[in-house]
Write a protein that binds this ligand. Structure first.
Ligand code: SF4
Ligand code: SF4
Length: 433
């Protein structure tokens, strides 16, 4: 696509990067067919190609974002399905991230949107605050019907809070005799509050595969949640803090990998090198950290886990967008489940997002709800015993819509290789034997 940026505009590294992305687009429109918002809404402006045109016009002309442009960019899930489909290698992720940051800087959102976004940015990345907020949401749930119209996202936020929270769990790092390697595991923000069993299972499986597992002191939220809301500085601050924490760990004990159990976080950590490319103090370190980051399935596929006993159960595998489109990890989780003795099935429309997408199911509850229902229906057609996924957001989005347990892939691998039954399954009519 031809562009018309001035040399002054291109002196800004973010604009220069976006210009390179836009120029790669040949406006073929292949991406529209696999874009969830275009599939649902049928509007070119809610397709990747339409958004690219709007973002180009906004950036080229230094325009203040219009309410119309903001509406269509906000409706993008950042699911990156378009990147998988695009034959031209358009890095839509970097373009939409820039557009979101530009909108955050130049657009005066209505008060209720500003308030909601500020609450989310203040609460979600901090496990202590998040836990308190979820407990408060239980008290607020009866008032949810009062939030109508523009306040509907507040009702969605209350509805998404689980009715029961698992008890606060303290998961310890763990070593093995004669380890084959040493890995740091991301401790995360939302996952340890909502499903602490994911990380507990991950530590056991990594130990069983022969790895020492450490938690880096000072590490916290990966920054994805604020980054995707356009809060660029907050996202970069989180990235710098984590880079520092992991580099300290590398210097003190060496690290073979940084293991991530939430694929949404993994996609962002693998992008730290790009995010911090213009910071001379961090560019090289961030690139190194990104190179060390691995989804847990990427490490385990080469780790020779002991043979598993999948008990003949059928698993419906839900591929999180951040894993299949963001990281291009598509086969490892399914192969690991099959090697562990499970029968693995994948649903139709596996490429389409479930609607979770970070804070999307709060900020865009109608579209998220439609995508969630569609995904749950496609998974239900598989007649499986359990649904497995590699991302906490997907698990929380699909579970309330599903009649069967929704667990992390790593919980099933743990169970099959000697660990306990996943708690979500223990509560249902499956035995441990
Ligand atoms: S598929 Fe790629 S090149 Fe074609 S319109 Fe979409 S983003 Fe542009
Ligand atoms: S990231 Fe997903 S929702 Fe956004 S334009 Fe691409 S395919 Fe569509």
């Amino acid at each position: 696509m031809q562009t018309n940026f001035t040399p002054e505009q291109l002196a800004d590294p973010a604009t220069a990067s976006s210009e390179g992305v836009i120029r790669k687009c040949v406006h073929c429109g292949f991406c529209t067919a696999t874009c969830p918002t275009y599939v649902l809404l049928g509007d070119e402006l809610d397709s990747p190609r339409g958004r690219i045109y709007m973002i180009k016009d906004m950036l080229e002309n230094d325009k203040a974002p219009s309410a119309e442009v903001v509406k269509h960019v906000d409706r993008c899930l950042s699911c990156l399905s378009c990147m998988t489909t695009c034959p031209s290698g358009v890095n839509y992720m970097h373009l939409v991230d820039h557009a979101r940051a530009y909108i955050h800087e130049h657009y005066d959102r209505p008060w209720h949107e500003k308030m909601l976004r500020s609450i989310l940015a203040w609460v979600l990345p901090y496990p202590g605050r998040f836990r308190l907020a979820l407990n408060a949401a239980k008290l607020g749930r009866p008032f949810a019907p009062l939030f109508v119209g523009v306040l509907r996202p507040f009702a969605a936020m209350l509805a998404l809070a689980p009715r029961r929270l698992p008890p606060k769990a303290s998961i310890a790092p763990s070593r093995v005799p004669d380890p084959k390697g040493r890995v740091a595991m991301l401790q995360g923000c939302a996952e340890p509050v909502l499903r602490p069993e994911f990380r507990a299972a991950a530590v056991r499986v990594l130990n069983r595969a022969g790895y020492d597992v450490v938690f880096a002191a000072g590490e916290g939220c990966c920054g994805a949640l604020v980054h995707h809301m356009g809060r660029e500085e907050d996202g970069l601050a989180a990235a710098r803090r984590n880079v520092d924490a992991w580099i300290r760990e590398v210097q003190t004990g060496g690290l073979d990998a940084i293991i991530v159990t939430a694929s949404g976080c993994g996609t962002t950590i693998k992008d730290y090198g790009f995010m911090l490319r213009n910071d001379p103090a961090y560019a090289a370190k961030a690139e190194w950290v990104s190179g060390l980051a691995k989804d847990i399935s990427e490490l385990l596929i080469d780790a020779h886990l002991p043979p598993g006993d999948g008990r003949g159960l059928t698993v419906a595998y839900h591929a999180a967008c951040s894993l299949q489109h963001g990281q291009k990890v598509t086969e490892a989780p399914k192969r690991l489940l099959a090697q562990a003795g499970y029968i693995v099935r994948t649903p139709i429309e596996a490429h389409l997002c479930c609607g979770s997408a970070g804070t999307y199911n709060i900020l865009q509850p109608e579209i998220a709800g439609q995508l969630g229902d569609r995904k749950a229906a496609n998974l239900a057609r598989l007649n499986a015993d359990v649904i497995a996924t590699g991302n906490i957001g997907c698990a929380m989005q699909i579970a309330p819509r599903s009649g069967i347990p929704v667990v992390h892939t790593i919980e099933l691998l743990d169970w099959a290789t000697g660990g306990p039954i996943p708690p979500q399954m223990a509560a249902r009519p499956h035995d441990d034997g």
